[in-house]
Design a protein around this ligand. Structure first.
Ligand code: PEP
Ligand code: MN
Length: 349
């Protein structure tokens, strides 16, 4: 911890801070400059509340050096986490990026879902996504088919071999959803639902954690830490856009820089969702490409058999023909990325 004192801080004020930290077992290094004094306190910062140090007279600023997330951090585990599924699909590290595609919501028309799943399979995708429990801004909008949707997803998995990603919104539904899903999704709105994070932390299936629309990267990693410290270290992080100041052209602002930033500070796989990240169909392809080049370990894209009549998020959903065209180009790009150097430095050959 670094404590920067005010230029006018008195020797007594500096001593009070120093003594208080020494009493708590910190080793103190004083740096008395011409203008101000900086105190470096080395020790276990869990023994002291940084806010209480900041409230001492004469203190200008308290800075934490160590990140508060431990299990999610690269400091504790240097090598990339690679999550492997029973069918051999892998997410993370230098593995080929995975594709998770499907409708926003699973709807009544099973044939429609199957057509999307078959197209996904044909294009080499690994996962079928689809919401059974839908977090909707309006209570009057479609809320999801719940158990019926889970059955549809399982049937589509049986018919295509695709793995299933679907969201859980309530701790009470975790046993049901984990029974059906290959990846349990925590949506952006629940990124800081700590009881839910704890519940999926005890679940045997990998968790796809979406970034909250107003969450900092630190808060995002701490949300992952909640899952990991409850026993589940198979966490995939998903950048899905944050609230920007201009919603004229996009629904959210996809934070592409978050991808290499998170990969620098965490070993966990990171994917991007350009559908919710932009809210606009025409932006899905360019943002997908940007995310891949920035080092994403995969993409989540909404695809619907009839976007004009979708129960949710039709405006950002790709039709099946558009998805196929897009995926063809994405596959080409994926083939050209130099994965040996991708970890921190993406290169196009
Ligand atoms: C979703 O992926 O179905 C979804 C609701 O996304 P988000 O939680 O990112 O809004
Ligand atoms: Mn959606």
């Amino acid at each position: 911890m670094i404590i920067v004192m005010e230029p006018k801080a008195t020797a007594e004020q500096i001593n009070i801070v120093k003594n208080s930290l020494e009493k708590k077992g910190f080793k103190i290094i004083l740096n008395e400059g011409d203008v101000m004094t900086v105190i470096a306190a080395i020790g276990d910062k869990r023994l002291v509340d940084p806010a209480s140090i900041a409230s001492f007279d004469g203190v200008r600023e308290v800075k934490l050096i160590q990140e508060p997330y431990k299990l999610a951090s690269r400091e504790g585990k240097e090598e990339d986490t690679v999550i492997e599924f029973p069918n051999g699909v892998k997410i993370g590290g230098l593995e080929r990026p995975v594709m998770m595609v499907g409708p926003c919501s699973v709807e009544k028309d099973f044939e429609g879902l199957l057509r999307v799943a078959e197209a996904a399979k044909e294009m080499g995708c690994q996962f079928l996504r689809g919401g059974a429990f839908k977090p909707r801004t309006s209570p009057y909008d479609f809320q999801g088919l719940e158990g019926k949707a889970l059955e549809y997803l399982a049937k589509a998995r049986e018919m295509t071999g695709l793995l299933i990603v679907t969201e859980v919104m309530d701790t009470a539904d975790v046993p049901l959803v984990e029974d059906y899903a290959d990846i349990v999704q925590i949506g952006a709105r629940n990124m800081q639902n700590f009881k839910l994070l704890k519940a999926v932390g005890k679940c045997p299936k990998p968790v796809l954690l979406k970034r909250g629309a107003a969450a900092t990267i630190r808060e995002f990693l701490l949300a992952a830490e909640h899952i990991m410290c409850n026993g589940n270290e198979k966490v995939i992080l998903c950048e899905r856009g944050v609230k920007g100041f201009d919603s004229t052209f996009t629904r959210n602002t996809l934070d592409i820089a978050a991808i290499p930033i998170i990969k620098k500070y965490s070993h966990l796989p990171v994917i991007a969702d350009p559908s919710h990240g932009t809210g606009r169909r025409y932006l899905v392809e360019p943002m997908s490409k940007a995310a891949l080049v920035a080092g994403a370990n995969g993409l989540m894209i909404e695809v619907h058999h009839d976007p004009e009549h979708a129960s949710s998020d039709g405006a950002q959903s790709l039709s099946i023909p558009l998805f196929k065209e897009t995926q063809r180009r994405l596959n080409k790009l994926i083939g050209r990325i130099d994965y040996d150097n991708r970890q921190l430095k993406t290169q196009i050959k």
